[in-house]
Design a protein around this ligand. Structure first.
Ligand SMILES: NC(=O)c1ccc[n+]([C@@H]2O[C@H](COP(=O)([O-])OP(=O)(O)OC[C@H]3O[C@@H](n4cnc5c(N)ncnc54)[C@H](O)[C@@H]3O)[C@@H](O)[C@H]2O)c1
Length: 339
């Protein structure tokens, strides 16, 4: 019997997480298909040349859109598992154009779920978000607490979760992950997520501005995030079918994160300002550890050190490049109507 790895479709595989996950899987022998609009790259070729593949023959790139069912059908050719990452992936960019965000994050996700089911996909992994909980007073936010999403982005994550659970059955199985904010280096760098944002400010402006400071911002290191997706491809599907898991590690306040950045960077000025954004959550990730043995191994401090190194080695070329900031890039694309 052959134990060859089966093809995985990664929607949004050219994004911040995808650009680390895709080479990890390809270099371990997974045939991978990426479906992406490549909004954060000059071209699919530039993406492929940058991410660092040892065996490019295993990778298929489909430049396409979740809103187009034909693109999804094409991307699903010979696919056994789907990791669905593609979306307008933070609050401010989701707020730019509500209709557009709904068409991508909700209708587009339903398209992927429906067509994956129709095509006989065996394992569907959905990237939701820990922001679905809203603000909680409970000391530990566990998966069974009621969801109180506060933003368009997180409300649509909840709706897609519900839809997926309702579509799963004995033939079409899947799992939902609610990751904390990811931190660390990626060839498609995001500098708008909290740890990366603070590190960039410290390194390139010599000054960190902390908004509020007491809000808890749980984080997960990029290397743990992608290790988890790999594990979810390998765990017996019946063990995780219809399950929902938080995936976080260090629950620190924004001020603590800023102090950690200052510790790594050395001489940095810090300013604290008031904010109306009081979103705060302490995510509990015990369930995923108890049920499938996943525990984070990489620290926020490690992510800061790796980012510093990436800047110093010129791997992040221009920290002001709009491709590093989702809302700036999406605003440009929407203004030019290139979406
Ligand atoms: N980064 C985080 O901190 C974090 C935390 C929790 C959850 N998540 C979730 O993980 C997933 C990946 O996040 P990320 O940080 O890599 O996001 P990202 O914005 O870097 O990547 C999203 C990718 O999806 C693509 N895309 C967007 N709309 C598309 C469409 N209509 N058709 C095809 N491709 C499209 C974009 O071009 C981009 O490459 C998202 O679902 C996000 O909500 C991320």
């Amino acid at each position: 019997m052959s134990n060859a790895k089966q093809r995985v479709l990664i929607t949004g595989g050219a994004g911040y997480v995808g650009s680390v996950l895709v080479p990890l899987l390809v270099n371990k022998g997974y045939p991978v298909t990426v479906l992406d609009t490549f909004w954060f790259w000059d071209s699919p070729q530039q993406y492929q040349e940058t991410i660092g593949l040892s065996n490019a023959a295993l990778l298929r790139l489909v430049q396409g859109d979740l809103r187009n069912k034909e693109d999804i059908r094409q991307a699903l050719t010979e696919v056994e598992s789907v990791i669905h990452l593609a979306c307008i992936s933070n609050d401010p960019s989701s707020d730019l154009d509500a209709g557009f965000t709904h068409a991508v994050n909700y209708t587009g996700s339903l398209n992927v779920i429906d067509l994956a089911k129709e095509k006989g996909v065996k394992r569907f992994i959905y990237a939701s978000s820990s922001s679905v909980y809203g603000i909680k007073s409970e000391p530990n936010v566990t998966e069974d607490l009621p969801l109180e999403p506060l933003t368009q982005y997180s409300k649509l994550k909840v709706e897609v979760e519900h839809y997926l659970l309702h579509r799963l059955d004995d033939d079409f199985k899947g799992v939902i992950i609610r990751p904390s904010t990811v931190c660390g280096y990626s060839p498609r760098q995001r500098l708008d997520v909290v740890v990366n944002l603070l590190t960039n400010l410290a390194l390139n402006k010599g000054k960190i501005k902390v908004m509020g400071g007491n809000q808890l911002r749980p984080n997960i290191h990029m290397k743990d995030m992608v290790r988890l997706y790999e594990l979810l491809l390998e765990v017996p599907i019946d063990k995780i079918n219809k399950k929902i898991y938080n995936a976080g590690y260090e629950n620190r306040t924004v001020l603590e994160l800023a102090l950690l950045v200052k510790e790594v960077m050395g001489k940095v000025t810090m300013e604290v300002e008031e904010t109306t954004d009081l979103r705060s959550y302490h995510v509990c990730s015990d369930k995923i550890r108890q049920e499938i043995g996943f525990a984070s191994e990489h620290t926020v401090k490690g992510a800061i050190m790796e980012l510093k190194e990436a800047f110093e080695q010129g791997k992040i070329k221009n920290s002001d490049d709009e491709n590093n900031f989702n809302v700036k890039r999406m605003k440009t694309l929407l203004e030019r109507r290139e979406t």
